[in-house]
Design a protein around this ligand. Structure first.
Ligand code: MTE
Ligand code: MTE
Ligand code: MTE
Ligand code: MG
Ligand code: W
Length: 654
């Protein structure tokens, strides 16, 4: 009997049409839990570093997390993993919604695609019945409409469908995979899916997931329920509204965007719009949002409502959440929020990442204004800001004209265009577009998160540490008073001592040693979330979340029957994290790649930054190049990884 996990992978060879249901080794859960953890192991074992994104050998893996399908609240993430066409590293965008639970109920922990299909297909999984079906009639259809068309065609209104739109079909490097209210967005999963000619994956499952010790499990869950209620009734004081509660950023609920609009240098521009948020804008944006949002919606088994059903004018209905509402309007320098709802609808149907794509469009406009792209490149493009963005989006999604070059993302497009275009590529990390945050003084914690994390996005790292020091001692005391989530009591003192200005302020405080401890803790919690399939919006992405290092071991133990304590859980998280690092090292990532965009902060501290990296690497058990040492790998039962890295010359002198 397997508990929590299904115990089977579904292996699909798209070249031969062979489908296999393969029982997994129970040891895998003990070593890596599930989700991202076991997926990293799978890629390490099967995909050698020479493999590129569009090689047939690149695996595309849809994975549930260890706790998906159990009653654990908000465990609803599907992790999609593959080698990214942008970064050439192991990418793992995620989606919530309802897909993961359905897959578990169908009896599979992972669906693994290898090779390429000669013709357009979609996969249909209905419990034990699995078919590769013709999708030629769906080619060119939107990522949202495809989901509905497939449900109708199958006569399965309850099937969950993850689909790509035209952007994925055309291998646009920022193509996403869309599913109900959710999206696996970043790093080009849609492009890899399109390259394999998979239009969609439809899943229906009606089986059970078993719990090892149900009574103990429900008792732990009761504690979580009580805490969620408590947190709702006691919002955290003196922090931004979106950080005061739990749930992924409540952008669909709140309308006050003063902080984001004025502090981010939106578009590809280097300047902030400091006085953007006027009373007029406040009124017009609130009105626009209240008119567009029909209702707030949640993912599978989640008590919060972070997404929204959007119906705007005569555009078809779709679902959105978080920063989507801001990224296009701000990138286009359009002050009317209505524009966002319209273009976001089209972008969702095309299936593109709403962080990277608007920046590619803004980059094109910047190049045009600088005379690097010309009227010839923009032939037929409307002159107004809104029309221009729609036009550019259409070109990118279909890889038409200049859109074909832009579709590779800012980094590659800049190099192809040349003629000074490289200077406009100033917001990528490891060849991947970031949210265009442009702030004042270097923040040492964010520096480490941006520079070193494998997701290549801070979303996977930040959350549990306050975004800035509290001005008064009373506020600090209030914050640390009730903080059971921390792994060590000393973190409280760090908050108490942390000042807004002076010696004990950023960039020198928290010190590099403290920063290492804090970042490592936050990252570890994200890794656990990604392995169990938890939405980090209910966990490591928030201040004082319901799930933490003290209750997770008990919940996981009761669900799976493993006897895990805190040390055991940390060991597993560190094992998977180091394996992921080693995988990317094997792909060529080293210290030289680990830097945030040059103008992310105005005031930089090169010496301190080097010291931060070195201190953090040492803390992690990595060498000066950012590669795990043999000693570290052996402590984590990863001796075979050290052997491989040495054989390849990636790891030198232990
Ligand atoms: N792109 C699309 N198409 N749809 C979205 O909802 N969400 C954005 C971004 N890109 C989003 C999107 C937000 S708010 C986040 S945090 C990241 O995707 C999440 O990245 P992931 O899906 O790759 O994990
Ligand atoms: N949960 C996990 N485990 N990992 C993540 O990166 N991103 C969060 C949230 N939950 C995230 C996550 C953020 S910032 C957003 S906006 C939403 O997921 C994105 O939801 P979606 O991926 O379902 O579209
Ligand atoms: N950072 C600051 N300072 N303030 C924020 O509101 N939002 C987060 C995060 N970082 C946020 C922030 C959210 S919801 C997302 S989705 C990520 O920024 C996206 O960052 P990325 O491009 O690095 O993934
Ligand atoms: Mg996502
Ligand atoms: W987000």
């Amino acid at each position: 009997m397997r508990y929590a996990e299904a115990g089977y992978y579904l292996e699909i060879d798209l070249a031969t049409g062979n489908i296999e249901r393969v029982a997994t080794d129970p040891r895998l859960m003990e070593l890596h839990l599930g989700g991202l953890g076991t997926s990293v192991k799978l890629h390490w074992d099967r995909v050698p570093p020479e493999t590129k994104a569009f090689d047939p050998e690149n695996l595309l893996v849809f994975s549930t997390g260890l706790l998906n399908g159990t009653p654990v609240f908000s465990a609803n993430r599907t992790v999609v993993s593959f080698i990214s066409p942008q970064s050439d590293t192991l990418a793992y965008p995620m989606m919530g919604g309802f897909f993961a639970a359905e897959m578990k109920y169908a009896g599979y922990d992972k669906i693994i695609f290898k090779n390429k299909s000669p013709d357009w297909v979609y996969l249909y999984v209905n419990n034990d019945k699995v078919e590769i079906r013709d999708a030629s009639h769906l080619k060119g259809r939107g990522a949202v409409e495809t989901q509905e068309l497939i449900r109708k065609e199958l006569g399965q209104p309850k099937a969950q469908v993850a689909a790509i739109g035209p952007a994925g079909e055309n291998r646009v490097f920022t193509a996403s995979i869309e599913q109900s209210r959710s999206s696996a967005s970043r790093l080009g999963g849609g492009a890899v899916m399109g390259d394999k000619k998979i239009k969609a994956v439809a899943v229906r499952g009606t089986g059970d997931v078993f719990l090892a010790r149900p009574e103990e499990f429900m008792k732990e869950l009761q504690g979580v329920t009580d805490y969620i209620k408590y947190r709702w009734e006691n919002p955290i004081k003196d922090v931004m509204t979106i950080l005061s509660g739990i749930g992924s950023p409540q952008e669909m609920l709140h309308t006050d965007e003063k902080w984001h609009t004025e502090n981010f240098a939106w578009g590809n521009a280097r300047t902030r719009r400091r006085d953007f948020w006027t009373e007029e804008i406040d009124a017009s944006w609130s009105k626009s949002q209240h008119a567009a949002v029909k209702r707030l919606i949640s993912c599978f088994n989640c008590p919060t409502h972070c997404g929204a059903l959007i119906s705007h004018g005569d555009t078809p209905r779709y679902m959105a959440k978080c920063f989507g509402k801001l990224t296009y309007a701000m990138a286009a320098y359009v002050d009317d929020l209505d524009f966002s709802w319209k273009i976001l609808q089209r972008a969702t149907e095309y299936g593109v990442d709403s962080f990277s794509t608007p920046q590619i469009l803004a980059f094109a406009v910047e190049l045009y204004e600088a005379g690097i792209l010309t009227d010839k490149d923009f032939a037929g493009c409307p002159k107004d800001k809104e029309g221009r963005f729609f036009w550019l989006l259409d070109r990118v999604a279909h890889r038409e004209g200049i859109g074909d070059i832009l579709a590779d993302g800012v980094y590659f497009a800049a190099r192809k265009i040349g003629n000074g275009a490289e200077a406009f590529d100033h917001n990528t990390i490891k060849k991947h577009e970031q949210l265009p945050v442009k702030l004042g003084t270097l923040d040492p914690l964010y520096f480490l998160m941006y520079a070193t994390n494998e997701k290549i996005s801070i979303t996977q790292m930040e959350g549990q540490w306050p975004q800035s020091a509290f001005p008064t001692m009373e506020q600090r005391e209030e914050f640390v008073r009730d903080w059971p989530q921390i792994p060590d009591e000393k973190f409280k003192q760090y908050v108490l001592d942390w000042e807004l200005r002076g010696e004990k302020a950023i960039p020198y405080y928290p010190t590099p040693d403290m920063c290492s401890e804090i970042v490592d803790w936050m990252e570890m919690m994200h890794n656990i979330d990604d392995a169990v399939g938890m939405c980090c919006g209910m966990s490591s992405f928030c201040l004082k979340p319901p799930y933490h290092i003290h209750n997770y071991p008990k919940i996981i133990s009761a669900a799976t029957g493993m006897d895990l304590d805190e040390e055991g859980l940390k060991q597993i998280a560190n094992r998977s994290r180091n394996l992921h690092r080693a995988y990317n090292n094997r792909k060529g990532i080293t210290r030289k790649d680990e830097k945030p965009p040059a103008d992310h902060w105005k005031r930089r501290f090169p010496e301190l930054e080097e010291q931060l990296l070195s201190t953090y690497y040492t803390y992690k058990g990595w060498n000066e190049d950012g590669i795990p040492t043999r000693k570290r790998l052996e402590e984590l039962d990863l001796g075979y990884v050290a052997d491989d890295l040495e054989k390849r010359g990636v790891l030198k002198n232990g």
